[in-house]
Design a protein around this ligand. Structure first.
Ligand code: NAP
Length: 293
């Protein structure tokens, strides 16, 4: 078993991003600028946004945080997004999900100017991605493709099984793996909560990508020898054993599955770190007007 090491790959790519950000500063006198909008005080969201901000600073980006309490109205939020869309100093806008129940996440996502949608959630970006046109690719799937590239994992002709079909991970991931490009050219099966006997499919996977949010759901008896495993799951549990007071678990039982896999991502230290890289790369591409000249 070999590790798909998110720490190693993310640090390497961050250095490259920092060089590019330095060039933008030297030539244009400005830094790539990411704005995050955070509503409420959800523990997970606070952690993710803080990490995104920290990583922006680390690579020489400017980052700004716009905070609202849980009782912000949908209208107030949409007005703020419109303001950020119009601000020429801003390259990327993310609105951290989940949002409180009274706010429609679809409306907010669609309000973000697709040219600043560095999370890649806007229907225009998803549609363009599906057609293999330049687009912002959702950060987690994008990060996973960079990881597969770094380790030169062969994907062409392989059977890729994606468990989970969310708009932000499973669904775009399945599209990327089926595209006629590298990584891609897989035969893709998508499993979800209505799939009977998931094991029948996972047992046939050459590449298994799991994003469902269920601790240790995939066990050793569900995979074949030599499988490449990408574990997207981030299941937070309170713990007295860590300084932070919580521990992260993947959707894959690492101990058992790693006995059979050829390659596997750890949790933490795998996909989560690559997701940040996806976001930084999209923000850099936006600052360089690479996707929408
Ligand atoms: P989500 O929106 O809740 O979607 C979960 C998907 O899993 C749905 O498609 C659901 O099926 C499917 N599912 C749920 N239970 C299942 C079961 N027992 N068997 C088969 N399929 C099942 O989740 P998400 O946003 O994609 O996130 C998934 C996990 O990845 C979470 O742990 C999340 O924290 C983590 N995550 C990590 C990163 C990272 O950077 N590492 C980024 C994003 C998300 P239905 O569609 O039928 O309901």
């Amino acid at each position: 078993m070999q590790l798909l090491d998110g720490k190693y790959v993310s640090e390497k790519i961050k250095k490259e991003i920092a060089v590019d950000a330095g060039k933008i500063l030297a030539t244009r006198g400005r830094k790539p600028h990411l704005v995050a909008v955070l509503v409420g005080h959800d523990g997970g969201s606070e952690t993710y946004v803080a990490s995104k901000m920290r990583n922006c600073e680390a690579v020489g980006f400017k980052s700004s945080l716009v905070r609202y309490e849980d009782d912000v109205t949908e209208e107030e939020l949409l007005i703020k997004v419109a303001e950020l869309n119009a601000d020429e100093d801003i390259d990327g806008i993310i609105v951290q999900l989940p949002l409180p129940k009274h706010i429609d996440p679809e409306k907010v996502t669609e309000k973000i100017d697709h040219r600043k949608d560095v999370d890649g959630f806007h229907p225009i970006n998803l549609g363009r991605m599906q057609r293999n046109l330049p687009s912002f690719i959702p950060a987690t799937p994008y990060g996973i493709t960079m990881m597969l590239k770094e380790y030169k994992i062969e994907t062409s002709g392989k059977h890729c099984v994606v468990v989970g079909r969310s708009n932000i991970v499973g669904s775009p991931m399945s599209i990327l793996m089926a595209r006629n490009t590298y990584p891609g050219n897989c035969t893709v099966t998508v499993c979800h909560s209505r799939t009977p006997d998931i094991k029948k499919f996972t047992l046939d996977a050459d590449i298994l990508i799991v994003a469902i949010g269920k601790k240790n759901f995939i066990t050793a008896d569900m995979v074949k020898d030599g499988v490449v495993v990408i574990d997207v799951g981030m299941n937070r549990e309170t713990s007295t054993l860590t300084k932070s007071g919580y521990k992260l678990w993947g959707d894959v039982d690492f101990e058992g599955v790693s006995q059979k896999s050829s390659w596997i991502t750890p949790v933490p230290g795998g996909v989560g770190l690559m997701t940040i890289i996806g976001l930084l790369k999209n923000t850099l591409a936006s600052a360089n007007k690479e996707v929408y000249p």
